[in-house]
Design a protein around this ligand. Structure first.
Ligand code: 7TS
Length: 416
């Protein structure tokens, strides 16, 4: 039975930010790919921690420290269940997706990549899934290959197969593009890469907040995402790693909590995942992320995916009928391979001007290269693009507001 549609007007009631007018208008927030808004339930969970059981974890033999430890560890179990990662021991808390990917490059990458090796990424990556590999390739005199795209939206699989013949040590790929919205066939690609002998790293920053994700089914070795894009607080992100890889990889940081013993002659590491979490962690972040997952599970990830698919289709239909507007990424009719991200251009008008006019209408969109410069400047051959992105609190009236704003831009710039 298909899941019942979600009701953004009901959901919005949980998000106090929508109560306050922006530029005298209601806030139309179309920038959730950058960061999502936060429901009261998440903020309350954080406030409740500080007001009622604030203490450091893993050390106090007293009630509130035990409670803080329990809540911290419970949130890991929630994350593990949410993405089907087995137990909480496979979940490492970091600051964000960027830190998760850098951690893999600096630990697993440093140990396993040598001179002459290849690392394979793609032309649709965010800088956080490019630069750590560039740095690693430079440190090790390895080669970083970029898989090209077909029709500016999908990975060119015949080129990909050829690049896999180099037997890359690491294959890193985004699950969903933050500019094109493309949903990669990540399970198939992970399986191809594994057959070629690669360790597979997936950037799930734009998938986990928006659709059911099963890292075990994908079959990847590492998987990264950020809490702040999925209703949670900023400053906490997740690195999932397969148990055997985490156990055999050296830690990145040394300090408190990550050791089992320290002597003058050397130290022994704590068990996973704590081996990778030196120092006092982001306790409030973990608790907030737990509350965010509870909220998302209360709605249901498949319902969220269905909602975004339908609103994206509506937006594509509305915008593609406007003369002078160009949409990037998978075409209409391919919404099953497209997330709720819609980048567009407007006949010569600079995206910063588009964004400013949108802002005057209370509509938040993003303009720029979206931290994906190789894609925007070298593949799409644009200086920048405008982007709207959708989430659970958006509905068709938000798209209608965006369409009116596009018409306003056109009239200001005298575009017919
Ligand atoms: N990977 C992808 C696909 C992303 O979209 C982003 C952030 C990141 C990694 C990095 O996440 P962070 O939490 O470490 O910053 N993307 C965007 C964006 O599209 N606009 O602002 C941030």
């Amino acid at each position: 039975m298909p899941a019942a549609e979600l009701d953004p007007s009901e959901i919005k009631k949980d998000f106090p930010i929508f109560d306050k007018p922006i530029n005298g208008k209601r806030l139309v927030y179309l920038d959730s790919a950058a960061t999502s808004q936060k429901p009261r339930q998440v903020v309350d969970a954080i406030v409740n921690y500080y007001y009622t059981f604030n203490a450091n974890i893993h050390r106090g033999i007293y009630k509130i420290s035990e409670q803080a430890t329990e809540e911290y560890e419970r949130s890991k179990e929630q994350v593990a269940r949410f993405v089907n990662a087995g137990k909480g021991e496979n979940i490492i808390y970091v600051r964000n997706t960027t830190e998760a990917l850098n951690t893999v490059a600096l630990t697993f990458g440093n140990k396993n990549v040598s001179e002459g090796d290849h690392i394979l990424i793609s032309d649709m990556e965010h800088h956080s899934n490019i630069v750590p590999w560039q740095l690693l390739a430079k440190r090790k005199s390895a080669t970083l290959d970029f898989a090209p795209l077909k029709d500016n939206a999908f990975i060119d699989m015949s080129s990909y197969e050829k690049l896999l013949q180099n037997n890359p040590k690491i294959v890193a790929l985004t699950h969903v593009s933050n500019v094109l919205g493309t949903i990669n066939d990540i399970k198939k690609i992970a399986s191809m890469a594994k057959k070629a002998g690669a360790t597979v790293v997936v950037d799930g920053a734009q998938s986990v907040p928006h659709m059911p994700v099963d890292v075990s089914d994908i079959g990847c070795d590492f998987f990264a995402f950020s809490a702040h894009k999925m209703l949670g607080p900023s400053g906490i992100g997740v690195l999932y790693g397969k148990k055997e890889l985490l156990e055999t990889t050296e830690p990145l940081f040394g300090g408190g909590d990550m050791i089992s013993s320290v002597r003058r002659s050397g130290s022994e590491w704590n068990e996973i995942p704590w081996k990778f979490e030196a120092g006092t962690p982001n306790i409030e972040g973990a608790i907030g992320l737990g509350a965010a997952i509870k909220y998302l599970e209360g709605i249901g990830m498949q319902r969220i995916r269905n909602h975004e698919k339908s609103i994206t289709r509506y937006a594509m239909e509305s915008i593609s009928s406007i003369p002078g507007a160009e949409i990037y990424g998978p075409k209409l009719g391919m919404t099953s391979e497209r997330g709720g991200v819609l980048s567009f251009g407007l006949n010569g008008v600079h995206p910063h001007d588009v964004s400013q006019i949108f802002d005057s209408e209370g509509i938040a969109i993003r303009a720029g290269h979206h931290c994906a410069m190789p894609l925007v400047t070298e593949v799409l051959r644009k200086g920048s693009v405008s982007r709207m992105s959708f989430y659970i609190y958006n509905d068709e009236s938000d798209v209608d507001a965006a369409v009116s704003a596009i018409k306003k831009v056109k009239s200001i710039f005298h575009i017919t």
